[in-house]
Design a protein around this ligand. Structure first.
Ligand SMILES: Cc1ncc(COP(=O)(O)O)c(C=O)c1O
Length: 467
Protein backbone atom coordinates (compact mmCIF):
# COMPACT_ATOMS: atom_id res chain seq x y z
CA UNK A 1 0.00 0.00 0.00
CA UNK A 2 1.28 3.47 -0.87
CA UNK A 3 2.32 5.78 1.99
CA UNK A 4 -0.40 8.35 1.32
CA UNK A 5 -3.05 5.58 1.26
CA UNK A 6 -1.80 4.22 4.56
CA UNK A 7 -2.04 7.67 6.11
CA UNK A 8 -5.53 8.20 4.68
CA UNK A 9 -6.63 4.82 6.08
CA UNK A 10 -5.21 5.60 9.52
CA UNK A 11 -7.04 8.92 9.66
CA UNK A 12 -10.24 7.34 8.37
CA UNK A 13 -10.08 4.84 11.22
CA UNK A 14 -9.67 7.66 13.76
CA UNK A 15 -12.70 9.45 12.32
CA UNK A 16 -14.86 6.35 12.13
CA UNK A 17 -14.20 5.35 15.71
CA UNK A 18 -14.94 8.90 16.88
CA UNK A 19 -11.36 9.59 18.08
CA UNK A 20 -11.54 12.55 15.69
CA UNK A 21 -15.02 14.07 15.78
CA UNK A 22 -16.89 16.26 13.26
CA UNK A 23 -15.41 19.74 13.44
CA UNK A 24 -12.10 18.60 15.05
CA UNK A 25 -8.97 20.03 13.52
CA UNK A 26 -6.85 17.49 11.66
CA UNK A 27 -3.08 17.80 12.39
CA UNK A 28 -1.49 20.23 9.95
CA UNK A 29 0.45 19.06 6.93
CA UNK A 30 3.67 20.19 8.57
CA UNK A 31 2.95 18.36 11.87
CA UNK A 32 1.97 15.13 10.14
CA UNK A 33 4.89 15.30 7.77
CA UNK A 34 7.27 15.65 10.72
CA UNK A 35 5.63 13.00 12.90
CA UNK A 36 5.28 10.38 10.19
CA UNK A 37 8.54 11.15 8.40
CA UNK A 38 6.72 11.76 5.12
CA UNK A 39 7.11 14.50 2.58
CA UNK A 40 4.53 17.30 2.76
CA UNK A 41 3.44 16.30 -0.77
CA UNK A 42 2.54 12.80 0.48
CA UNK A 43 0.51 14.22 3.35
CA UNK A 44 -1.28 16.64 1.03
CA UNK A 45 -2.05 13.74 -1.30
CA UNK A 46 -3.61 11.81 1.61
CA UNK A 47 -5.62 14.83 2.78
CA UNK A 48 -6.92 15.43 -0.72
CA UNK A 49 -8.03 11.80 -0.88
CA UNK A 50 -9.88 12.18 2.43
CA UNK A 51 -11.42 15.42 1.25
CA UNK A 52 -12.62 13.72 -1.93
CA UNK A 53 -14.24 11.02 0.19
CA UNK A 54 -15.97 13.63 2.33
CA UNK A 55 -14.15 12.80 5.57
CA UNK A 56 -12.38 16.13 5.93
CA UNK A 57 -12.77 19.66 4.59
CA UNK A 58 -10.44 22.64 4.24
CA UNK A 59 -11.13 25.96 5.87
CA UNK A 60 -9.35 28.89 4.22
CA UNK A 61 -6.24 29.95 6.13
CA UNK A 62 -7.16 27.61 8.96
CA UNK A 63 -6.28 24.08 7.83
CA UNK A 64 -8.10 20.77 7.61
CA UNK A 65 -11.11 19.74 9.76
CA UNK A 66 -13.22 16.60 10.10
CA UNK A 67 -16.29 17.06 7.87
CA UNK A 68 -19.33 18.34 9.73
CA UNK A 69 -21.74 15.90 8.02
CA UNK A 70 -19.71 12.88 9.12
CA UNK A 71 -21.24 11.19 12.13
CA UNK A 72 -19.19 8.48 13.81
CA UNK A 73 -22.07 6.03 14.10
CA UNK A 74 -20.69 2.53 13.91
CA UNK A 75 -23.92 0.71 13.33
CA UNK A 76 -26.82 1.32 11.01
CA UNK A 77 -30.00 2.51 12.67
CA UNK A 78 -32.84 0.20 13.60
CA UNK A 79 -35.66 0.56 11.08
CA UNK A 80 -39.19 1.40 12.19
CA UNK A 81 -41.53 -0.41 9.81
CA UNK A 82 -45.23 0.44 9.55
CA UNK A 83 -47.25 -1.07 12.41
CA UNK A 84 -49.94 -2.24 9.96
CA UNK A 85 -49.99 -5.70 8.42
CA UNK A 86 -49.58 -6.06 4.71
CA UNK A 87 -50.24 -8.52 1.89
CA UNK A 88 -46.94 -9.00 0.14
CA UNK A 89 -46.01 -8.56 -3.46
CA UNK A 90 -42.34 -9.43 -3.65
CA UNK A 91 -41.03 -7.70 -6.68
CA UNK A 92 -39.40 -8.94 -9.83
CA UNK A 93 -36.31 -7.31 -8.40
CA UNK A 94 -35.46 -10.39 -6.33
CA UNK A 95 -35.38 -12.52 -9.48
CA UNK A 96 -33.40 -9.85 -11.32
CA UNK A 97 -30.78 -9.87 -8.56
CA UNK A 98 -30.69 -13.68 -8.41
CA UNK A 99 -30.29 -13.90 -12.19
CA UNK A 100 -27.27 -11.59 -12.08
CA UNK A 101 -25.52 -13.98 -9.68
CA UNK A 102 -25.32 -16.76 -12.25
CA UNK A 103 -22.65 -15.04 -14.30
CA UNK A 104 -19.20 -16.24 -13.16
CA UNK A 105 -17.58 -13.09 -14.55
CA UNK A 106 -19.51 -10.92 -12.08
CA UNK A 107 -17.79 -10.36 -8.71
CA UNK A 108 -20.47 -11.84 -6.40
CA UNK A 109 -20.71 -9.23 -3.63
CA UNK A 110 -24.50 -9.53 -3.94
CA UNK A 111 -24.58 -13.30 -3.65
CA UNK A 112 -26.36 -15.14 -0.83
CA UNK A 113 -23.91 -18.02 -1.13
CA UNK A 114 -20.34 -18.46 0.06
CA UNK A 115 -17.71 -19.58 -2.44
CA UNK A 116 -18.29 -23.27 -3.27
CA UNK A 117 -14.52 -23.76 -3.30
CA UNK A 118 -14.40 -23.41 0.50
CA UNK A 119 -16.03 -26.79 1.00
CA UNK A 120 -14.58 -30.33 1.20
CA UNK A 121 -16.17 -31.35 -2.07
CA UNK A 122 -13.68 -34.11 -2.88
CA UNK A 123 -14.21 -35.85 0.46
CA UNK A 124 -17.94 -35.49 0.09
CA UNK A 125 -17.82 -36.90 -3.42
CA UNK A 126 -15.98 -39.97 -2.10
CA UNK A 127 -18.62 -40.40 0.61
CA UNK A 128 -21.36 -39.96 -1.99
CA UNK A 129 -20.03 -42.56 -4.37
CA UNK A 130 -19.49 -45.01 -1.49
CA UNK A 131 -23.02 -44.43 -0.26
CA UNK A 132 -24.46 -44.92 -3.76
CA UNK A 133 -22.56 -48.22 -4.06
CA UNK A 134 -23.73 -49.44 -0.67
CA UNK A 135 -27.27 -48.14 -1.02
CA UNK A 136 -29.65 -50.48 0.76
CA UNK A 137 -32.60 -51.03 -1.57
CA UNK A 138 -35.03 -50.91 1.33
CA UNK A 139 -33.72 -47.59 2.62
CA UNK A 140 -35.59 -45.88 -0.21
CA UNK A 141 -38.76 -46.94 1.58
CA UNK A 142 -37.62 -47.01 5.21
CA UNK A 143 -36.25 -43.47 5.17
CA UNK A 144 -39.63 -42.04 4.11
CA UNK A 145 -40.57 -39.39 5.04
CA UNK A 146 -38.39 -38.22 7.94
CA UNK A 147 -35.02 -39.12 6.49
CA UNK A 148 -31.90 -41.17 7.14
CA UNK A 149 -31.83 -42.37 10.75
CA UNK A 150 -28.06 -41.94 11.19
CA UNK A 151 -28.16 -38.41 9.77
CA UNK A 152 -30.97 -37.44 12.14
CA UNK A 153 -28.97 -38.91 15.05
CA UNK A 154 -25.91 -36.87 14.05
CA UNK A 155 -27.97 -33.66 13.74
CA UNK A 156 -29.58 -34.31 17.11
CA UNK A 157 -26.12 -34.66 18.72
CA UNK A 158 -24.99 -31.32 17.31
CA UNK A 159 -27.92 -29.57 19.03
CA UNK A 160 -26.46 -30.68 22.38
CA UNK A 161 -23.50 -28.31 21.82
CA UNK A 162 -25.84 -25.35 21.74
CA UNK A 163 -27.57 -26.39 24.94
CA UNK A 164 -30.65 -28.03 23.39
CA UNK A 165 -31.95 -31.57 23.71
CA UNK A 166 -33.55 -32.48 20.41
CA UNK A 167 -34.69 -36.03 19.78
CA UNK A 168 -33.96 -37.53 16.33
CA UNK A 169 -37.69 -38.28 16.23
CA UNK A 170 -38.58 -34.61 15.88
CA UNK A 171 -36.16 -34.08 12.98
CA UNK A 172 -37.34 -34.24 9.37
CA UNK A 173 -34.69 -34.08 6.67
CA UNK A 174 -35.68 -31.77 3.81
CA UNK A 175 -34.51 -30.46 0.44
CA UNK A 176 -32.48 -27.65 1.96
CA UNK A 177 -33.68 -25.35 4.70
CA UNK A 178 -35.94 -23.59 2.23
CA UNK A 179 -38.23 -26.62 1.99
CA UNK A 180 -38.21 -26.94 5.78
CA UNK A 181 -39.19 -23.29 6.20
CA UNK A 182 -41.93 -23.50 3.60
CA UNK A 183 -43.35 -26.73 5.03
CA UNK A 184 -43.40 -25.16 8.48
CA UNK A 185 -45.23 -22.07 7.26
CA UNK A 186 -47.73 -24.13 5.23
CA UNK A 187 -48.45 -26.37 8.20
CA UNK A 188 -49.10 -23.57 10.65
CA UNK A 189 -51.16 -21.15 8.59
CA UNK A 190 -54.17 -20.71 6.32
CA UNK A 191 -54.45 -18.00 3.63
CA UNK A 192 -55.23 -14.61 5.16
CA UNK A 193 -53.56 -15.46 8.51
CA UNK A 194 -51.16 -13.02 10.07
CA UNK A 195 -47.48 -13.88 10.62
CA UNK A 196 -44.79 -11.80 12.30
CA UNK A 197 -41.58 -11.38 10.32
CA UNK A 198 -38.44 -9.32 10.73
CA UNK A 199 -37.67 -6.03 9.05
CA UNK A 200 -35.49 -6.37 7.07
CA UNK A 201 -36.04 -10.07 6.26
CA UNK A 202 -34.52 -12.76 4.05
CA UNK A 203 -36.33 -12.49 0.70
CA UNK A 204 -37.11 -16.25 0.84
CA UNK A 205 -39.31 -15.47 3.83
CA UNK A 206 -41.12 -12.68 1.97
CA UNK A 207 -41.66 -14.97 -1.03
CA UNK A 208 -43.03 -17.79 1.15
CA UNK A 209 -45.44 -15.45 2.92
CA UNK A 210 -46.58 -14.05 -0.41
CA UNK A 211 -47.03 -17.47 -2.03
CA UNK A 212 -49.35 -18.63 0.76
CA UNK A 213 -51.49 -15.46 0.68
CA UNK A 214 -50.59 -14.57 4.27
CA UNK A 215 -50.47 -11.13 5.85
CA UNK A 216 -47.21 -10.05 7.42
CA UNK A 217 -46.54 -7.71 10.28
CA UNK A 218 -42.97 -6.51 10.34
CA UNK A 219 -40.97 -6.38 13.55
CA UNK A 220 -38.06 -3.91 13.70
CA UNK A 221 -34.77 -5.77 13.89
CA UNK A 222 -31.60 -4.25 15.26
CA UNK A 223 -28.50 -4.63 13.09
CA UNK A 224 -26.45 -6.03 15.98
CA UNK A 225 -28.75 -7.73 18.49
CA UNK A 226 -31.72 -8.75 16.43
CA UNK A 227 -35.46 -8.61 16.74
CA UNK A 228 -37.04 -5.95 18.97
CA UNK A 229 -38.73 -8.05 21.65
CA UNK A 230 -40.66 -5.14 23.16
CA UNK A 231 -42.23 -4.43 19.79
CA UNK A 232 -42.97 -8.12 19.22
CA UNK A 233 -44.64 -8.31 22.66
CA UNK A 234 -46.89 -5.39 21.67
CA UNK A 235 -47.84 -7.10 18.40
CA UNK A 236 -48.57 -10.46 20.06
CA UNK A 237 -50.69 -8.68 22.67
CA UNK A 238 -52.77 -6.88 20.06
CA UNK A 239 -53.12 -9.28 17.12
CA UNK A 240 -53.82 -12.94 16.48
CA UNK A 241 -50.48 -14.02 15.08
CA UNK A 242 -50.34 -17.59 13.74
CA UNK A 243 -46.56 -17.87 13.65
CA UNK A 244 -43.34 -15.88 13.87
CA UNK A 245 -40.52 -16.37 11.36
CA UNK A 246 -37.21 -15.12 12.71
CA UNK A 247 -33.46 -15.55 12.35
CA UNK A 248 -31.71 -15.37 15.69
CA UNK A 249 -28.17 -16.26 14.55
CA UNK A 250 -26.34 -14.17 11.93
CA UNK A 251 -29.42 -12.75 10.36
CA UNK A 252 -29.64 -12.41 6.60
CA UNK A 253 -29.17 -9.57 5.61
CA UNK A 254 -28.12 -7.83 8.87
CA UNK A 255 -25.76 -10.35 10.46
CA UNK A 256 -27.45 -9.68 13.83
CA UNK A 257 -27.14 -12.16 16.69
CA UNK A 258 -29.85 -12.39 19.34
CA UNK A 259 -28.11 -12.54 22.76
CA UNK A 260 -28.68 -15.65 24.89
CA UNK A 261 -30.78 -13.82 27.49
CA UNK A 262 -33.01 -12.38 24.76
CA UNK A 263 -33.56 -15.90 23.42
CA UNK A 264 -34.93 -16.96 26.78
CA UNK A 265 -37.21 -13.92 26.81
CA UNK A 266 -38.34 -14.60 23.26
CA UNK A 267 -39.34 -18.17 24.10
CA UNK A 268 -41.19 -17.03 27.23
CA UNK A 269 -43.09 -14.49 25.16
CA UNK A 270 -44.06 -17.07 22.55
CA UNK A 271 -45.13 -19.51 25.26
CA UNK A 272 -47.28 -16.85 26.91
CA UNK A 273 -49.17 -16.36 23.64
CA UNK A 274 -48.84 -19.95 22.42
CA UNK A 275 -47.36 -18.78 19.12
CA UNK A 276 -44.97 -21.12 17.26
CA UNK A 277 -41.61 -19.87 16.01
CA UNK A 278 -40.27 -20.83 12.61
CA UNK A 279 -36.59 -20.25 13.14
CA UNK A 280 -34.30 -19.93 10.13
CA UNK A 281 -30.98 -21.10 11.58
CA UNK A 282 -28.92 -21.80 8.45
CA UNK A 283 -25.91 -19.76 9.60
CA UNK A 284 -25.79 -21.00 13.22
CA UNK A 285 -22.53 -22.94 12.71
CA UNK A 286 -20.69 -19.95 11.23
CA UNK A 287 -19.83 -18.16 14.49
CA UNK A 288 -16.46 -16.47 15.03
CA UNK A 289 -16.50 -16.66 18.84
CA UNK A 290 -15.31 -19.54 21.03
CA UNK A 291 -18.64 -21.32 21.18
CA UNK A 292 -21.81 -21.72 19.22
CA UNK A 293 -24.57 -19.31 20.27
CA UNK A 294 -27.08 -20.96 22.55
CA UNK A 295 -29.99 -22.40 20.57
CA UNK A 296 -33.44 -20.95 21.23
CA UNK A 297 -34.44 -24.62 21.38
CA UNK A 298 -32.54 -24.78 24.68
CA UNK A 299 -35.35 -22.74 26.28
CA UNK A 300 -38.26 -24.42 24.50
CA UNK A 301 -40.32 -26.45 26.98
CA UNK A 302 -43.53 -26.59 24.96
CA UNK A 303 -42.19 -27.74 21.60
CA UNK A 304 -43.13 -24.43 20.00
CA UNK A 305 -39.95 -23.94 17.99
CA UNK A 306 -39.50 -25.30 14.49
CA UNK A 307 -35.76 -24.87 14.05
CA UNK A 308 -34.72 -25.08 10.39
CA UNK A 309 -31.08 -25.86 9.59
CA UNK A 310 -29.04 -26.77 6.56
CA UNK A 311 -25.68 -28.02 5.32
CA UNK A 312 -25.89 -25.75 2.26
CA UNK A 313 -23.92 -22.88 3.80
CA UNK A 314 -21.56 -24.81 6.00
CA UNK A 315 -20.65 -28.07 4.32
CA UNK A 316 -22.30 -29.25 1.14
CA UNK A 317 -23.68 -26.63 -1.25
CA UNK A 318 -25.74 -28.25 -3.96
CA UNK A 319 -26.49 -31.41 -1.98
CA UNK A 320 -29.73 -29.76 -0.86
CA UNK A 321 -29.78 -31.31 2.59
CA UNK A 322 -31.56 -29.37 5.30
CA UNK A 323 -33.88 -30.23 8.15
CA UNK A 324 -36.46 -29.04 10.58
CA UNK A 325 -36.47 -29.93 14.28
CA UNK A 326 -40.20 -29.42 14.54
CA UNK A 327 -40.99 -29.88 18.24
CA UNK A 328 -44.63 -30.75 18.84
CA UNK A 329 -45.39 -30.21 15.15
CA UNK A 330 -43.10 -33.02 13.95
CA UNK A 331 -45.85 -35.44 12.95
CA UNK A 332 -47.70 -32.75 11.02
CA UNK A 333 -44.48 -31.69 9.26
CA UNK A 334 -43.67 -35.32 8.37
CA UNK A 335 -47.04 -35.59 6.63
CA UNK A 336 -46.52 -32.30 4.82
CA UNK A 337 -43.16 -33.55 3.65
CA UNK A 338 -44.83 -36.60 2.04
CA UNK A 339 -47.33 -34.33 0.30
CA UNK A 340 -44.60 -31.97 -0.86
CA UNK A 341 -41.69 -34.06 -2.14
CA UNK A 342 -42.04 -37.51 -0.52
CA UNK A 343 -38.42 -37.71 0.59
CA UNK A 344 -35.00 -36.14 0.33
CA UNK A 345 -32.22 -37.52 -1.90
CA UNK A 346 -31.19 -40.71 -0.10
CA UNK A 347 -27.55 -41.14 -1.25
CA UNK A 348 -26.85 -37.47 -0.41
CA UNK A 349 -28.25 -37.94 3.11
CA UNK A 350 -26.21 -41.08 3.60
CA UNK A 351 -23.04 -39.34 2.34
CA UNK A 352 -23.41 -36.45 4.78
CA UNK A 353 -24.22 -38.83 7.64
CA UNK A 354 -21.01 -40.73 6.88
CA UNK A 355 -18.95 -37.56 6.64
CA UNK A 356 -20.28 -36.35 10.01
CA UNK A 357 -19.43 -39.70 11.60
CA UNK A 358 -15.74 -39.23 10.73
CA UNK A 359 -15.49 -36.04 12.83
CA UNK A 360 -14.10 -34.12 9.84
CA UNK A 361 -17.01 -31.65 9.92
CA UNK A 362 -15.67 -29.81 12.97
CA UNK A 363 -12.19 -29.50 11.50
CA UNK A 364 -13.67 -28.14 8.28
CA UNK A 365 -15.88 -25.70 10.21
CA UNK A 366 -12.93 -24.35 12.19
CA UNK A 367 -11.13 -23.48 8.97
CA UNK A 368 -14.27 -22.03 7.38
CA UNK A 369 -15.01 -19.80 10.39
CA UNK A 370 -11.45 -18.48 10.47
CA UNK A 371 -11.60 -17.80 6.73
CA UNK A 372 -14.83 -15.83 7.03
CA UNK A 373 -13.57 -13.88 10.05
CA UNK A 374 -10.37 -12.96 8.19
CA UNK A 375 -12.27 -11.97 5.06
CA UNK A 376 -14.65 -9.85 7.09
CA UNK A 377 -11.70 -7.88 8.41
CA UNK A 378 -10.32 -7.37 4.91
CA UNK A 379 -13.74 -6.34 3.63
CA UNK A 380 -14.18 -3.76 6.39
CA UNK A 381 -10.72 -2.31 5.78
CA UNK A 382 -11.33 -2.12 2.05
CA UNK A 383 -14.70 -0.43 2.51
CA UNK A 384 -13.14 2.04 4.88
CA UNK A 385 -10.46 2.87 2.34
CA UNK A 386 -12.69 3.32 -0.68
CA UNK A 387 -16.17 4.40 0.36
CA UNK A 388 -17.08 8.03 0.89
CA UNK A 389 -17.87 9.23 4.38
CA UNK A 390 -21.39 9.02 5.70
CA UNK A 391 -22.04 5.28 5.50
CA UNK A 392 -22.34 2.84 8.38
CA UNK A 393 -21.55 -0.83 8.35
CA UNK A 394 -22.21 -3.77 10.65
CA UNK A 395 -19.50 -5.99 12.08
CA UNK A 396 -21.26 -9.32 12.64
CA UNK A 397 -19.89 -12.02 14.93
CA UNK A 398 -20.48 -14.70 12.31
CA UNK A 399 -21.79 -15.50 8.85
CA UNK A 400 -20.58 -13.75 5.71
CA UNK A 401 -22.70 -10.65 5.21
CA UNK A 402 -22.17 -6.96 5.88
CA UNK A 403 -25.07 -4.52 5.92
CA UNK A 404 -24.26 -1.03 4.73
CA UNK A 405 -26.43 1.99 5.26
CA UNK A 406 -25.73 5.01 3.07
CA UNK A 407 -27.18 8.51 3.40
CA UNK A 408 -30.89 8.56 2.51
CA UNK A 409 -30.39 10.00 -0.97
CA UNK A 410 -28.38 6.99 -2.18
CA UNK A 411 -30.63 4.73 -4.27
CA UNK A 412 -29.59 1.10 -3.74
CA UNK A 413 -31.41 -0.10 -6.86
CA UNK A 414 -29.46 2.37 -8.98
CA UNK A 415 -26.31 1.20 -7.22
CA UNK A 416 -27.23 -2.41 -8.07
CA UNK A 417 -27.72 -1.60 -11.78
CA UNK A 418 -24.55 0.48 -12.00
CA UNK A 419 -22.61 -2.23 -10.16
CA UNK A 420 -23.62 -4.80 -12.78
CA UNK A 421 -22.44 -2.46 -15.53
CA UNK A 422 -19.10 -2.41 -13.67
CA UNK A 423 -18.85 -6.21 -13.41
CA UNK A 424 -19.94 -6.81 -9.83
CA UNK A 425 -23.15 -7.37 -7.92
CA UNK A 426 -24.57 -6.10 -4.64
CA UNK A 427 -27.84 -7.00 -2.92
CA UNK A 428 -29.99 -3.86 -2.73
CA UNK A 429 -31.92 -3.22 0.52
CA UNK A 430 -35.46 -3.22 -0.96
CA UNK A 431 -35.31 -6.97 -1.77
CA UNK A 432 -35.32 -7.56 2.00
CA UNK A 433 -38.45 -5.58 2.69
CA UNK A 434 -42.17 -6.22 2.33
CA UNK A 435 -42.67 -2.55 1.50
CA UNK A 436 -39.44 -2.16 -0.46
CA UNK A 437 -37.90 -0.04 2.24
CA UNK A 438 -34.16 0.15 2.97
CA UNK A 439 -33.79 2.01 -0.33
CA UNK A 440 -30.40 3.36 0.81
CA UNK A 441 -29.02 0.07 2.18
CA UNK A 442 -26.97 -2.69 0.62
CA UNK A 443 -25.92 -6.20 1.68
CA UNK A 444 -22.41 -7.29 0.75
CA UNK A 445 -21.06 -10.85 0.76
CA UNK A 446 -17.49 -11.45 1.95
CA UNK A 447 -17.71 -15.23 1.69
CA UNK A 448 -15.75 -15.45 -1.55
CA UNK A 449 -11.98 -15.39 -2.06
CA UNK A 450 -10.75 -11.83 -1.71
CA UNK A 451 -9.03 -10.99 -5.01
CA UNK A 452 -7.86 -7.93 -6.91
CA UNK A 453 -11.19 -8.03 -8.73
CA UNK A 454 -12.98 -7.76 -5.36
CA UNK A 455 -10.79 -4.85 -4.37
CA UNK A 456 -11.57 -3.13 -7.67
CA UNK A 457 -15.29 -3.80 -7.25
CA UNK A 458 -15.28 -2.06 -3.85
CA UNK A 459 -13.34 0.84 -5.35
CA UNK A 460 -15.99 1.08 -8.09
CA UNK A 461 -18.73 0.88 -5.45
CA UNK A 462 -17.17 3.90 -3.78
CA UNK A 463 -17.20 5.79 -7.07
CA UNK A 464 -20.83 4.82 -7.78
CA UNK A 465 -22.02 5.92 -4.35
CA UNK A 466 -20.06 9.18 -4.60
CA UNK A 467 -21.63 9.93 -7.97
C1 LIG B 1 -31.37 -16.94 5.38
C2 LIG B 1 -31.50 -18.12 4.50
N1 LIG B 1 -32.35 -19.06 4.82
C3 LIG B 1 -32.50 -20.17 4.04
C4 LIG B 1 -31.80 -20.31 2.88
C5 LIG B 1 -31.99 -21.54 2.05
O1 LIG B 1 -31.17 -22.56 2.53
P1 LIG B 1 -31.01 -23.92 1.71
O2 LIG B 1 -30.04 -23.68 0.61
O3 LIG B 1 -30.53 -24.91 2.71
O4 LIG B 1 -32.37 -24.26 1.19
C6 LIG B 1 -30.90 -19.32 2.50
C7 LIG B 1 -30.15 -19.43 1.25
O5 LIG B 1 -29.72 -18.47 0.67
C8 LIG B 1 -30.74 -18.19 3.34
O6 LIG B 1 -29.87 -17.20 3.05
Amino acid sequence: MKLYQQLADDLTALIRTGALKPGDRVPSVRETSRERGMSPATVIHAYELLEGRGFIETRPRSGYYVGSQWKPTQQPRIARPSPRSTLLDVSELVFEVLESLRDRQVVPLGSAFPSPTLFPLTKLAAALSASARRLQPWSTVEDLPCGNAELRRQISRRYLRSGATVSPDEIIVTNGALEALNLALQSLTRPGDLVAIESPAFYGCLQAVEALGLKAIEIPTHPTHGVDLGYLAGVLGKHTVRACWLMSSFHNPLGALLPDEARRELVQLLEAHDVPLIEDDVYAELYFGKRRPQSTKAFDRKGLILNCGSFSKSLAPGYRIGWVAAGRFAKMLGRRKIMSSLSTNIPAQEAIAQYLQTGAYDRHLNVLRRTFARQQKTALQTLQAHLPAGFTVTQPEGGYFLWLEFPDHVDAIQVHRKALENGFSIAPGPIFSARREFTHCVRLNYGHEWTQATEKAIQALGAIVRS
